[in-house]
Write a protein of this length. Structure first.
Length: 148
């Protein structure tokens, strides 16, 4: 894994912040080898525009308060369907469930290694992000919804 320890710590905090606001399908992907511009992506889903904004606000608050990290660029917050938070070494994507399925970032980065976030709250055991094994076989990238 090529993600620096400081980035890994920030990803874990951001993932836990998302889980605390009931985000689902929380996954971190190591994209350093494929991309070069950033080390990792954190992907999370939310069921409504309001929840997308709530998850984003929580992530920003936690990273600012606990690590003194300020977002470098923020895109999409006004629409609440897909918000991108660029922290330089990692990028957070919080998407409405419909956007997550449509844009399929998970499939785009399917060959990149997963990063174990070690999440404890807010993520059901069967959901991605709670106990992801980076060495596991083929991954199901279909976001889980309340109807599943």
């Amino acid at each position: 894994m090529t993600v620096p320890e400081t980035t890994l710590n920030a990803l874990k905090l951001a993932g836990q912040a998302a889980a605390d606001k009931q985000a689902t399908d929380i996954v971190a992907v190591d994209v350093a080898q494929q991309m070069g511009l950033t080390d990792a992506f954190l992907l999370a889903s939310a069921s409504s525009e309001r929840q997308v904004v709530s998850v984003v606000d929580e992530i920003e608050d936690v990273l600012t308060q606990q690590l003194s990290l300020d977002v470098l660029r923020r895109e999409g917050k006004a629409g609440g369907r897909w918000v991108l938070l660029d922290y330089g070494h990692f990028v957070v994507h919080v998407q409405h469930e419909e956007e997550r399925v449509f844009y399929a970032l998970d499939r785009l980065w399917k060959d990149a290694p997963l990063i174990d976030l070690g999440l404890t709250d807010g993520v059901a055991p069967q959901e991605a992000g709670s106990a992801v094994d980076p060495d596991a076989g083929p991954r199901d990238w279909t976001p889980h919804t309340a109807q599943d």
